[in-house]
Design a protein around this ligand. Structure first.
Ligand code: DHB
Length: 375
């Protein structure tokens, strides 16, 4: 996304990817795009298939105490919506756009090393197709995820990390089954949280709250479907089932480093921050980061103006912390709390009843969910 934004401003870059094209185009990840993310994909010329295949949603449903309640985003936010479109589909569209520009994109690079970060010309060394390559850079964008090399290349003592681990994880499946509901369902249940989502009219995405150390081998398909039925079930509603195409467990944690920059190395997306999945902010935050970073780099090349680069971290972190709060709020309201008691559960039910009955509370959830325009 950053490379495409820079390309459109006439700025060259080299994109390095650790994995193969096949891997990144098929790895199942997030799937909910905020309005601003969708708008940006259209603006940069990669929204054609998204416009055709993306599933536009005007709201979500929240289920608790045996009832479902709808939060109508469009009416609560002045017409803003979300679009369900798999992250790997966005990745495919961006790769195709990049290849069309003829600018470099290298897959399966190895031994990436970053040095001379305390300088105006940081250096990247990497291996590609048996060659050792050195890149002397004006800027390095660390868009390399939580486990990438960029954050760790920043000298000790520069970054402060803020962290929270949640005592649960999500077991997610992708199933060859038509969605059982038109919209996403976030379900609070005494057995634990469950989420009904989708990827297309033929493919359902479903999640169950499980222990962080849960063993996938203990979850044969029948057990998963039974548990989903228990947590999502309502009188008169049936859960469609089908072949389980993919199954995995994802931990839940919050993580932020400050600042998101050191000299000419800039961190974006999961390299700088992780949100717990509830509320689907991760991909959208990464997009918001690179939108700021592209504008800042462009101003530097165009006018020699470094002021946006200097402000990048502070500007990005305002949205990051807003999203951290929202993700923590959704997570805390919906999950069964390990070691929690009846008091905790009553507080959750009171909060759920509030967001589903007060228009002002619902509007607050809605504007955060579809993505705040200004933070
Ligand atoms: C999905 C993931 C989320 O974290 C969420 O809050 C909603 C939907 C999904 O993968 O479809």
């Amino acid at each position: 996304m950053l490379a495409q934004l820079l390309h459109l401003k006439g700025i060259d870059s080299v994109v390095l990817e650790d994995r193969s094209r096949e891997y990144v185009e098929h790895r199942i990840r997030a799937g909910v795009l905020e309005q601003g993310t969708v708008d940006l994909l259209h603006e940069i010329g990669v929204g054609e298939r998204l416009g055709r295949e993306g599933l536009v949603h005007d709201g979500i449903e929240i289920q608790f105490a045996g009832e479902r309640h709808r939060i109508d985003f469009a009416s609560l936010t002045g017409g803003r919506r979300i679009t369900v479109y798999g992250q790997q589909e966005v990745v495919k569209d961006l790769i195709a756009a990049r290849l069309k520009t003829g600018r470099p994109l290298h897959f399966e690079v190895d031994d990436v090393e970053i040095s001379e970060v305390d300088s105006d010309f940081p250096l990247i060394r990497f291996g590609h197709d048996d060659d050792e390559i050195e890149l002397r850079c004006d800027f390095i964008a660390g868009c390399d995820g939580f486990h990438g090399v960029c954050r760790d290349s920043i000298p000790a003592g520069v970054l402060t990390a803020f962290e929270r681990e949640y005592p649960f994880a999500w077991l997610g499946i992708l199933a060859a089954a038509a969605p059982s509901n038109e919209e996403l369902i976030y379900a609070h249940h005494e057995r634990g949280f469950a989420l009904h989502s989708m990827r297309s009219p033929e493919v359902t995405r479903l999640y169950l709250q499980v222990r962080p150390d849960e063993n996938l081998d203990e979850w044969p398909d029948d057990r998963i479907w039974e548990e989903l039925r228990l947590r999502l079930g309502l009188e008169g509603w049936t859960l469609n089932t089908g072949e389980v195409l993919e199954k995995g467990i994802t931990g839940m944690r919050s993580f932020v480093v400050e600042p998101m920059q050191h000299w000419r190395l800039f961190l974006a997306g999961d390299a700088a921050h992780i949100v717990p999945a509830t509320g689907a902010k991760g991909l959208n935050l990464a997009v918001a980061d690179v939108r700021l970073l592209a504008a800042a780099i462009a101003a530097w090349y165009r006018d020699g103006d470094g002021s946006l680069l200097e402000r990048y971290s502070a500007d990005a972190l305002r949205r990051v912390w807003r999203a951290q709060h929202f993700s923590w709020f959704m997570t805390s309201m919906l999950h069964r709390l390990e070691g929690g008691d009846e008091f905790d559960s009553r507080l959750q039910l009171a909060q759920l009843a509030y967001v589903c009955s007060s228009e002002k509370a619902a509007a607050s959830l809605a504007e955060n969910y579809v993505g705040l325009e200004h933070v």
